[in-house]
Design a binder for this molecule. Structure first.
Ligand SMILES: Cc1ncc(COP(=O)(O)O)c(C=O)c1O
Length: 388
C-alpha cells in the first residue's frame, strides 16, 4: 500500500464496540489474565501490554506510522522533541565520547550539548553545517555521534545529508538528523544514510498547535539502546497526545504540500520588498543552496525568513501591524506564525553564535499556515509597506 493509505489505515485494535475512529487507551497499566501471563510478558516470552511508560496501543500506532513514513526499522515516542533529542544522546553516549554537531541547531539542543552532556564529560565540536570539510576535520577517534538539522531552525541552512553520511562510513558513529522542518513528506534521511531521525512532533506532525510530542525513528540496534534509557527514565508520550498525533498523520502529506505551496507563493511575493534586506526560502533560486534543496527535498517546506531593515524596532512595529498572523514561538501550525528568533527561541545564544548562523536583530521566521494565500500576502505586504 502507498504511504498515504498506510498513514490512514494503520490503526490500533478496536474494542468490542467496533469504533470506526481508534479508541483512546487512556490507562496507566494493563491487566494480565493470571500471574503466569504477567511473568511471561515481563520475560518477553509473550507479547502484550504492560504499562504505559513502556508501551500503549495509541503510542504504538503513532510510532508504527512514523517508522513507515521515515522508512525506519524501529522507533520510540517521547513527551517532547527535546526529550527525544536528549534521549538520543543520553541513551547512546558515555563520558569520554565526542560529538560533532552543526552550529545551526534549535537553541535548546545547543544548551544540551554545551551545558548538560558537557557536564558528564561528553565533548562537542560545533561546525558550520553546510561545510562538509569542517565536519570531516572535526571527526576524532572518539567521535560517536553527529547531529544536525536540515533545513535548520531558523536560518534555513541545508546540509547534503548523503554526503554527510558518507563521512562516517566505516566509523563507529551514529548520524542523527532532526527532520522537524522537512517532515518525512519532504525528505527521508534514513534513505540518505542517517541512523536516526528525530522529530519535535509538536510542529508539523501535530499541525494544529495542540499537543507536545517527540519521536526517534531509526536503526533497531540504536533504538534498542535508547529504549532502555527511555523505559527507565520515563519521558513517555501520553496516550492522548499520541492519539492526536496519529490522527494528524492522516493528513500530513496534504498539509505539507499546502504549507509548501503557500510558503513558496509568499516568499516569491515578498522577495525584493524595499522594507527587507532579504527573503530566504529553500525553493527560491536566490537561496545559496537552491540546487541541493531541489535535489534533497520534494517541496520547499512551510518556513521562510525575512530580514527586516531597521532591526528590532521595525520588527516590533511590523508585529503590531499584522492582522492575521500570530506572534508565537511555535511553528508547523495551520495558523501562520511569526517569530523573532533573536529575542525568543534563540535568545540564549551569544551574539557571535547568532551571527554565525545568520540570526540578525531583523530576522523574522514565518511559519506559513494553511490560510488562503491572498489573505496572507495582503496581511504581510500591508504591514511591510507601512514600515518601509
Ligand atoms: C528543529 C527543532 N527541533 C526540536 C525542537 C524542540 O521540540 P519540543 O518543543 O517539542 O521539545 C524544536 C522546537 O521548536 C525545533 O524547532
Amino acid at each position: 500500500m502507498k504511504k498515504q493509505t498506510q498513514s490512514i489505515r494503520i490503526q490500533a485494535d478496536r474494542s468490542h464496540n467496533r469504533e470506526h475512529s481508534v479508541p483512546l487507551y487512556l490507562t496507566s497499566s494493563f491487566t494480565f489474565e493470571d500471574a503466569e501471563q504477567g511473568r511471561a510478558i515481563f520475560a518477553d516470552e509473550q507479547a502484550g501490554n504492560i504499562y504505559s511508560r513502556y508501551m500503549n496501543p495509541n503510542v504504538d500506532e503513532f510510532v508504527e506510522k512514523m517508522c513507515m513514513l521515515e522508512n525506519a526499522e524501529d522507533g520510540i515516542a517521547f513527551s517532547t522533541g527535546m526529550a527525544a533529542i536528549f534521549a538520543s544522546m543520553a541513551g547512546l553516549l558515555k563520558s569520554g565520547d565526542h560529538v560533532v554537531a552543526s552550529n545551526a541547531l534549535f537553541g535548546s539542543a545547543i544548551q544540551i550539548l554545551t551545558k548538560i552532556t558537557a557536564k558528564w564529560g561528553i565533548e562537542c565540536t560545533f561546525v558550520p553545517g553546510h561545510d562538509l570539510s569542517a565536519w570531516e576535520k572535526a571527526i576524532k577517534p572518539n567521535t560517536k555521534f553527529m547531529f544536525c538539522e536540515s533545513p535548520s531552525n531558523p536560518g534555513l541552512e541545508l546540509i547534503d545529508l548523503e554526503a554527510l553520511a558518507k563521512l562516517k562510513e566505516g566509523k563507529n558513529i551514529v548520524l542523527a538528523v532532526d527532520n522537524c522542518f522537512a517532515t518525512p513528506i519532504l525528505q527521508t534521511p534514513m534513505d540518505l544514510g542517517a541512523d536516526l531521525v528525530i522529530h519535535s512532533a509538536t510542529k508539523y506532525i501535530d499541525g494544529q498547535g495542540r499537543v507536545l510530542g517527540g519521536i526517534i525513528c531509526g536503526k533497531k540496534e540504536f533504538i534498542q539502546e535508547i529504549r532502555f534509557f527511555a523505559r527507565h527514565t520515563g519521558p513517555s508520550l501520553s496516550p492522548f497526545n499520541a492519539w492526536v498525533l496519529s490522527k494528524s498523520l492522516e493528513l500530513l502529506d496534504l498539509r505539507m504540500e499546502k504549507h509548501s505551496s503557500n510558503a513558496q507563493a509568499l516568499a516569491e511575493a515578498l522577495e525584493g520588498h524595499s522594507a527587507l534586506h532579504a527573503v530566504k526560502y529553500p525553493f527560491l533560486p536566490s537561496h545559496p543552496q537552491y540546487a541541493l534543496a531541489k535535489k534533497q527535498m520534494k517541496y520547499g517546506g512551510g518556513i521562510l525568513t525575512i530580514d527586516i531593515k531597521g532591526g528590532f524596532a521595525k520588527v516590533q512595529t511590523f508585529s503590531k501591524l499584522l492582522k492575521i498572523v500570530s506572534i508565537s514561538p511555535n511553528l508547523g501550525d495551520s495558523r501562520t506564525i511569526m517569530t523573532h528568533p533573536a529575542s525568543t527561541t534563540h535568545s540564549k545564544l551569544s551574539p557571535e553564535d547568532k551571527a554565525a548562523v545568520g540570526i540578525t536583530e531583523g530576522l523574522v521566521r514565518i511559519a506559513v499556515g494553511l490560510e488562503h494565500i491572498d489573505d496572507l500576502k495582503a496581511d504581510m505586504i500591508n504591514a511591510l509597506d507601512a514600515i518601509r
